[in-house]
Design a protein around this ligand. Structure first.
Ligand code: XMP
Length: 188
C-alpha cells in the first residue's frame, strides 16, 4: 500500500493538531444547543471518530451513506441517499461531517435533502479537506481541516476503489496506480 503513495500531504500528528482546534471551535459554537452530527459514510468514518471524541458536548450521532464516485477518481454527477434513511433532525442544530468538499454536489444534495425533511434549526458543514477549485454546486463549509489542490487524495478514511482508507496519513497516489485502477474499473 505504501509503495502506491506518491506524496504524503498531512501526517497523523498534523491531522490531530488540526482536529484539536476544530473540535474546540465546534464546542464553543454549539455549547447549550441541541446538536446532531450527521456523518457521511464511508469516507468520514475515521475523521468523525477522531473529531467527535474531541468535542466536549452532549450530541446525537446520525450516519448516512452517500455515493457519487462509484470507484473512480471523478464525480459521476449523481448523488444517491438510501430511501428511508432520513435522520430525525426536527428542532436540532445539525453539523454535517464529511471527508472532502470537491465538486460540492454531495454536500449540496445532502443539505437540500435534510432541509426538505423539515425542522432543523441550522445546518452547518465540517469537512476534513476542501479542494481549491471551482465547485459545480455552491457550498460553504464552516469548518475546514485543510485545503488541498485539485488532485485525488487517499488515506485517513479516503479511498481509491475502496483501498487505502486505513492509511494513517493523507496523501496522493502514483499516476500508474490510478491508471491501473481505472483500467480495472473499466473491465469490471
Ligand atoms: P463532491 O465532488 O460531491 O465529492 O464534492 C464528494 C465525495 O466524493 C469523494 N471524493 C474523493 N474521495 N479522494 C477520495 O478518496 C478525493 O480526492 C475525492 N474527491 C471527492 C468523497 O467521498 C467525497 O465525500
Amino acid at each position: 500500500m505504501l509503495h502506491d503513495v506518491e506524496r504524503k500531504l498531512f501526517d497523523e500528528a498534523t491531522i490531530f493538531r488540526r482536529l484539536d482546534v476544530m473540535a474546540h471551535e465546534i464546542t464553543q459554537r454549539y455549547r447549550g444547543l441541541e446538536l446532531t452530527v450527521v456523518v457521511v459514510l464511508n469516507g468520514s468514518l475515521i475523521f468523525a471518530a477522531d473529531l467527535l471524541r474531541r468535542i466536549e458536548l452532549p450530541l446525537k450521532l446520525e450516519c448516512i451513506r452517500a455515493a457519487s464516485y462509484y470507484g473512480g477518481t471523478a464525480s459521476s454527477g449523481l448523488v444517491d441517499f438510501p430511501a428511508g434513511a432520513l435522520p430525525d433532525i426536527a428542532g436540532r442544530h445539525v453539523l454535517i461531517v464529511d471527508d472532502i468538499l470537491d465538486t460540492g454536489r454531495t454536500l449540496h444534495a445532502l443539505c437540500q435533502w435534510l432541509k426538505a425533511s423539515g425542522g432543523p434549526l441550522s445546518i452547518d458543514i465540517c469537512v476534513l479537506l476542501a479542494k481549491t477549485k471551482a465547485r459545480a454546486e455552491e457550498v460553504t463549509a464552516t469548518y475546514v481541516g485543510f485545503e488541498v489542490g485539485d488532485e485525488f487524495v487517499v488515506g485517513y478514511g479516503l479511498d481509491f476503489r475502496e483501498q487505502y482508507r486505513n492509511l494513517p496519513f493523507i496523501g496522493t497516489l502514483r499516476d500508474e496506480v490510478i491508471a491501473a485502477g481505472e483500467r480495472d474499473a473499466r473491465q469490471d
